[in-house]
Design a protein around this ligand. Structure first.
Ligand SMILES: [Zn+2]
Length: 129
């Protein structure tokens, strides 16, 4: 396969309403977005015993930093095929496909070949450069 053939095939795999691919997922998708922070604070308040002082709650930023995991976008092994190229089971990585005005997205689990191409424009081994 030539690079041109690969690019054409890849373009055909991108969800048509969500054409902008970014490496990684949003904080919401990983479970540390604002609504997750809100639930965390709510639970802390709800768990107060009668007569107890209110718990000290971290700022949103602080809470996000405490929960952030550098490896979060590395999703590990999956038996499911790649959600872009339909590649065989293997390690999966987080990619976000955004719509044209960045108001909506789809969270994708993709294979390493797709990730490398999205991140750096690197072709898989079977592409003859
Ligand atoms: Zn793939």
């Amino acid at each position: 396969m030539t690079p041109q053939q690969y690019e054409m095939r890849f373009d055909g795999l991108i969800p048509s309403k969500y054409p902008h691919l970014n490496v990684g997922w949003t904080a919401d998708e990983h479970g540390f977005g604002w609504s997750d922070y809100h639930s965390y604070c709510e639970t802390k308040i709800e768990n107060m015993c009668e007569g107890e002082d209110a718990p000290e709650l971290p700022s949103f930023k602080r809470w996000q930093q405490d929960n952030y995991d550098e490896e979060a976008d590395n999703l590990g092994f999956s038996w499911k095929n790649c959600e872009l190229c339909n590649g065989l089971p293997g390690d999966r990585y987080a990619v976000t496909a955004w719509n044209n005005n960045n108001t909506d997205y789809i969270a994708l689990r993709v294979c390493q070949d797709c990730l490398c191409y999205i991140a750096n424009g690197d072709y898989p081994d079977y592409v003859e450069v």
